[in-house]
Design a protein around this ligand. Structure first.
Ligand code: PLP
Length: 226
């Protein structure tokens, strides 16, 4: 690997460019446990994975070697994977429908955990993406906020491919506004922590951060292409 492009250097460069207060989630899907260890050695603690089957052995392998890792699930969540996901991950960015949220709440109660969750919203037509529509999330919020084993932290969104910078900025701003609107309907105890926006990946994080993102999910800009 080119010296300037080591994982540690890429992390360092990103940290310099991110405003303070924006959390960097290193997306390690498709990367080996050794790559995660390199990022860990460079101070990175929060990692995102999108496929349970790939993540489980990685998480297990690193438990001893890298204490203090915080795993975030960012992939499409299938109903039959909810329990193992609740066991392995403390954050779930991709809660995309009410039925799934209710199931996760029930299972989290069983498991005695309280995952931090972000509601994934779909703000533009995109056949490849899932998520609540703004109307759905708004009308279902009263049910979502009563799921007592989930810690509602905010919204997550992904941009469709091929948008211009302007369009990206508008999309991410729409997400921030939607989150503000929802927050105004929440009881103050819930609203207080409903303050996270998971927006932006390698190709669009500068636009997401400019629009108010608080968590960027970055894979290839850290680890190289998969
Ligand atoms: C893979 C992935 C990312 C990271 O993508 P990069 O282009 O590698 O930065 C971010 N979010 C989600 C949901 C992903 O699946």
């Amino acid at each position: 690997m080119d010296n300037d492009l080591t994982i540690a250097n890429c992390l360092e460069a990103l940290r310099h460019r991110l405003p303070p207060g924006v959390t960097l989630l290193a997306v390690s899907k498709g990367q080996s446990p050794e790559d995660v260890e390199q990022a860990y050695a460079a101070g990175q603690r929060r990692f995102g994975e999108s496929r349970l089957q790939e993540a489980e052995p990685k998480i297990r392998a690193l438990r001893q070697r890298c204490p203090g890792l915080e795993w975030h699930f960012i992939g499409q969540l299938q109903a039959n994977k909810v329990r193992p996901v609740a066991r392995a991950f403390v954050w779930i960015h991709s809660l995309d429908r009410l039925g799934l949220a209710q199931r996760l709440d029930r299972i989290a109660g069983d498991e005695g955990c309280c995952p931090q969750v972000l509601l994934q919203v779909k703000l533009r037509p995109d056949p490849n993406k899932v998520g609540f529509s703004p109307e759905q999330v708004t009308s279902q919020l009263p049910m979502l906020m009563h799921l007592s084993h989930l810690k509602l932290r905010g919204l997550m969104t992904m941009a469709p491919l091929g948008l211009e910078r302007e369009q990206l900025h508008r999309l991410f701003s729409d997400c921030r506004q939607l989150a503000q609107q929802l927050r105004s309907h929440l009881p103050s105890a819930v609203a207080r922590d409903f303050n996270q926006l998971s927006m932006g990946m390698s190709r669009d994080w500068p636009q997401a951060v400019a629009a108010g993102s608080t968590i960027v999910r970055i894979g290839s800009d850290i680890f190289g292409s998969r």
